[in-house]
Design a protein around this ligand. Sequence first.
Ligand code: IDC
Length: 309
Amino acid sequence: MFSDITPFQQHGKLSVMDGRLTGKDGEPVRLFGMSSHGIAWYPQFVSLESIRTLRDEWHCNCFRIALYTHEYGGYCSGGDRDELKALVQKTAEWTKKLGMYLIIDWHVLGEHSPNVYKYEAMDFFEEICSLYAEREDILYEICNEPNRSADWPDICLYAEDIVPLIRRYTDAVVIVGTPVWSQEIERAMEMPLREENIMYAFHFYSTTHKQPLRDKLESCVNAGLPVFISEFGVTDAAGGGYIDFEETEQWFDLIERLGLSCINWNLSNCGQLCGAIDPDCTRLSHWIESDLTESGRLAKELFERLDSR
Ligand code: IDC
């Protein structure tokens, strides 16, 4: 259970050394926790109390806030930008108060390429990073899951504009999405970005993704590629289906062995299996066992296990 020292007090400012996420004293750090669903749709699950619950009852040391860009009501598709930004800012105050790490996720998905809304992303990161230039507990995820025709050179074009802009304010860890819904990390290995403190996103959903992807992850990490699992599901890749406990077990054996960070999709009662909270549950924090879906219970158990090692 959570002790008197907060995660941020323990590890302080993070950096990437020799391909590993590293804390202030050079120690290896593993971040784990929940991702919000899109905050345009499920803002009620993002609060001081919900994040406190994740810290104190779910053993989490990190929270990811997902800002969809393209989907209905997203940041670049008719959403109320001021309202969305206000929730990002409130969340940054809450995680600070709780001593948790925060990932601000620019949730590229339906637009396929991060270049579609590159100028909006530049304005967003400029504003947010200038606000948080002094913060040492925030990580920036600049494009959740490039997909379809968005290849690594396209992502590099985007990152080469966004990362230097972020660097004018902060040397915080930046997580960069990779092609094919953040699975083709090998492309980043062939042609890494030149900036410091970069990690590459790798996402998996255990009912869909299996041993060949684990082999690839393992060989890339062993070759020194800095990889951050900024999203995983214990469901299929569409967020539903069923839970493959055996595959999930194998993923977590590997995650433990490689000392990787991992963030579960998602903290909401969205009604899909990947939503951690039961659709009938009205509680917004301090959930009891029966408030959780099967995947919510499993995620909580996985974090507890990671925390005890
Ligand atoms: C899904 C949500 C679903 C929403 C959809 C939007 O669970 O409610 O309608 O996005 O297209 C991802 C994405 C993540 C997906 C999730 C499940 O990063 O946004 O969420 N997933 O499909 N990558 C693989 C799976």
